[in-house]
Design a protein around this ligand. Structure first.
Ligand code: F6R
Ligand code: MG
Ligand code: MG
Length: 374
């Protein structure tokens, strides 16, 4: 029987602005998943990254399963009631529709799922990011699965040397899922041409060409494409299987040492470097920098081990210090140029309103013609 790994995350309210969920809110989500999930799911893990709560579930029902999605939806609805009771900021903000219908796709919460043939040892990584969008994973995935400087396994392992199949989504297309498939290493430059644009082209999944098995699943929902306006950054979750036919855990983690600049931070409208943090870390400086946490698990007979906190290791303190310096440096240029996101990505309409008002005051200077030569 196949094992399904499902992670569904949402921001349904947080303390002190967009910082972190309250203990009571987390406890309520946990309570609902435990009680209502008894006969439905095999195992679960619940954690937070910044103001987002993620519910990781293992089960045997396949992806997009109505009851499994409803379990997470109900847990977030119950959590919202606590958030309202406690007066948390943004109570229920990611539950964009009034009622559940079929699955949570298009309803607000982010979803990443994989149905897998469990190997005898099945290590996988669960990433959760806050104050950014799904394109934040583009560069790390590209480096892990397509760059031999990051992943020596691409030349060391005959299975990895066969390359990977990529499914990339055009997230600007709102009338349905517009996707393209590419294979590496053959189409590596075409893939890079797409993945340079984090706000439009987003890796949805990566598959081993040696075994045909899925190795990565990314939540690709863009909240503004669902709500028709910005309701906050998407704060994507992702799962990556590791070792044997897939990149090693360390080859998946290594690109997060870069602290690359991603969309997110302050009012969802600024470019900030992505900081790898320990599990259950709140947000801080300038509503950022964007955070990414990673829990490593093994799943065996659909049961999860306890999580190993990948970014808690001392090496990442050095990375965090470097990312902090990058973040503070970028903030020195305030609203200008690369510091703020392009117009179409801003969460607020203020800049657009100001430009529309100023438009009427522009004049085109009339050049005096030079006097004709006598
Ligand atoms: C994401 C997040 C941000 C906010 C954005 C707008 O977790 O918190 O994207 O949604 O900063 O926030 P307010 O509510 O201040 O308009
Ligand atoms: Mg938020
Ligand atoms: Mg968030």
């Amino acid at each position: 029987m196949k094992t399904t790994l499902t992670v569904i995350k949402a921001d349904v309210g947080s303390i002190g602005g967009h910082i972190m969920p309250s203990k009571r809110l987390l406890a309520r989500v946990q309570e609902v998943v435990e009680s209502a999930g008894k006969a439905l799911i095999q195992d679960h893990y619940i954690g937070f990254t910044g103001d987002d709560i993620a519910i990781l579930m293992t089960h045997t029902h396949g992806v997009r399963h109505e009851q499994v999605h409803k379990l997470a939806w109900d847990a977030f609805v119950a959590g919202t009631a606590i958030a309202k009771e406690e007066g948390l900021y943004g109570a229920g903000q990611d539950l964009l529709k009034d009622s559940f219908s079929g699955n949570v796709h298009g309803l607000g919460p982010a979803v990443a799922e994989m149905e897998i043939n469990e190997r005898p040892n099945e290590p996988f990584l669960f990433f959760a990011a806050d104050k950014t969008d799904p394109g934040a994973y583009n560069l790390p995935l590209f480096l892990t699965f397509a760059d031999v400087m990051t992943t020596p396994g691409l030349i060391l392992s005959p299975k990895l040397s066969q390359g990977f199949r990529w499914v990339v989504m055009d997230v600007n297309h709102t009338e349905g899922d517009r996707v393209i498939e590419l294979v590496t290493p053959e189409e590596i430059y075409d893939l890079a041409a797409l993945l340079r644009d984090n706000e439009r082209f987003v890796v949805e999944s990566v598959w081993s060409r040696a075994s045909g098995e899925q190795c990565a699943a990314v939540a690709t929902s863009r909240l503004h494409n669902i709500a028709g306006k910005y309701t906050g950054k998407d704060d994507p979750v992702m799962m990556v299987r590791t070792q044997m036919d897939f990149p090693a855990t360390g080859e998946v983690l290594a690109p997060y040492a870069i602290g690359h600049f991603v969309a997110g931070g302050m009012r969802g409208s600024h470019n900030m470097p992505l900081m790898p943090v320990a599990l259950n870390t709140p947000t801080s400086y300038f509503d950022g920098p964007p955070l990414v946490s990673c829990a490593a698990f093994c799943v065996h007979g659909t049961k999860l081990t306890e999580p190993a906190d990948c970014f808690a290791h001392p090496l990442w303190d050095e990375v965090r210090a470097h990312v902090s310096r990058k973040a503070i440096d970028m903030r020195r240029q305030g609203f200008n140029g690369a510091a703020m996101l392009p117009m179409a990505e801003l969460e607020y309409t203020g800049v657009m309103d100001k430009l529309a008002k100023l438009e009427k005051r522009f004049t085109v200077r009339v050049q005096k013609k030079p006097a004709a030569a006598a």
